[in-house]
Design a protein around this ligand. Structure first.
Ligand code: UT7
Length: 342
């Protein structure tokens, strides 16, 4: 590295942040399959009970995709709803980014299939894989494209059919997950760099591949012998989830010169109500300021945050100008947070 470049890089962290473009939340949408599977139904064939599942996880039911429903079909439905909520047309969209661990095919990407299903004929489309953190990762990537002026309107979608990668005999995992899709439309808007701006204030991503074996799928589309089943050391993941998500929320607030007192809403990944409650208490938020869908949706992985956001915005619980914290942790391990002013 030359001395000049070294000096330039050393000064980079102290450069003022003055983004003139922000990614604004223009619309949200969700899709859930019709079929609802209750805890009591599971308890008929599995050594479990509604009482255990509710007490240890907060889950009461989950939605399960029908035979013809896939990550593509559910993601397209959620994206249509987001476009409708934003009053946007398919022709406006120049980026489709999908977070999924359960794509219909290795390729084309689910995003490309959804682009076509929506009648979008320009721009770019791709998938990314970061398990339950996928939506936060996809938001971060879309935000970067918007700030770099490579996209003006980006659809960010989380869509999952975990029912197809579960061992339905394993009570430790199969009771935890559900299927569904959520989508947001991010649109370029003006910003000043201040934390009072509307839109995404910042995103914070992390990964630690050394922890890959505590939550993984033991196969892939490319393996004929093993399409893949989800495996998890629940206690270990739980431990990391509480610690890592707390850190990344504090990091997000500090990066914007904000404190816990500035947060209006927590829209967390929905993995376990005990984790969600712990995060809410840490932020000193009353329960009514924490968006909870896990009781009805279970853990829909990359779809859980956009589904929760869509529900809270449709019900007009979250209002313009309010500050929303989102956080997630998933296989990888991957984790991250995002701060969004509505
Ligand atoms: O989205 C990705 C991130 N995922 C997460 O954040 C999940 C994090 N982990 C968790 O949410 C929790 O660890 C679980 C919900 C998975 C498990 O709850 P836990 O309180 O940590 O239970 P445990 O794994 O320590 O198991 C306690 C007992 C065990 O029995 P013994 O060994 O004490 O006799 C399990 O065999 O509960 C048993 N058990 C069940 N009992 C009835 C495990 N699953 C079930 C079940 N029904 N479905």
């Amino acid at each position: 590295m030359t001395d000049d470049l070294g000096a330039l890089l050393a000064s980079a962290p102290t450069l003022p942040r003055t983004p003139s473009v922000r990614s604004l939340l223009a619309g949200t949408g969700g899709y859930l399959p019709e079929r609802v599977l209750t805890n009591d139904e599971l308890a008929r064939t599995l050594d479990t009970s509604d009482a255990w599942i509710v007490e240890r996880t907060g889950i009461r039911q989950r939605h399960i995709a029908g035979p013809h429903e896939t990550a593509c079909s559910m993601g397209a439905a959620a994206a249509r709803a987001a476009l409708g909520a934003a009053g946007a047309a398919p022709a406006d969209i120049d980026a489709v980014i999908v977070a999924t661990s359960t794509p219909d095919q290795a390729f084309p990407a689910v995003a490309a299939r959804i682009q076509h299903a929506l009648g979008i004929q320009r721009g770019f489309a791709f998938d990314l894989s970061a398990a339950c953190s996928g939506f936060i990762y996809a938001l971060a990537v879309a935000d970067a494209f918007i700030r770099l002026r490579q996209a003006r309107h980006a659809l960010v979608i989380g869509t999952e059919v975990y029912s197809r990668i579960l061992d339905w005999q394993d009570r430790a995992t199969c009771v935890l997950f559900g299927d569904g899709a959520g989508a947001v439309l991010l649109s370029a808007g003006p910003g000043t760099g201040a934390s009072t701006d509307r839109g995404l204030l910042s995103t914070h991503l992390h990964a630690d591949g050394a922890l890959g074996d505590i939550l993984y799928v033991d196969g892939a589309v490319g393996r004929r012998d093993r399409p893949g089943t989800l495996m998890m050391n629940g206690r270990e993941v739980f431990r990391h989830a509480v610690a890592r998500m707390a850190e990344t929320v504090d990091e997000a607030l500090a990066d914007n010169g904000l404190t816990h007192a500035d947060v209006d809403w927590l829209v967390p990944h929905q993995a376990n109500l005990r984790i969600i409650d712990a995060m809410g208490r840490r932020l000193h938020l009353p329960p009514e300021r924490v968006v909870v869908t896990i009781d009805r949706h279970a853990n829909t992985s990359a779809a859980s945050i956009p589904l929760a956001l869509a529900e809270a915005l449709a019900g007009q619980r979250i209002r313009p100008g309010q500050l929303v914290v989102m956080e997630a942790l998933g296989g990888g391990l991957t984790w991250g947070s995002a701060l969004l002013r509505i």
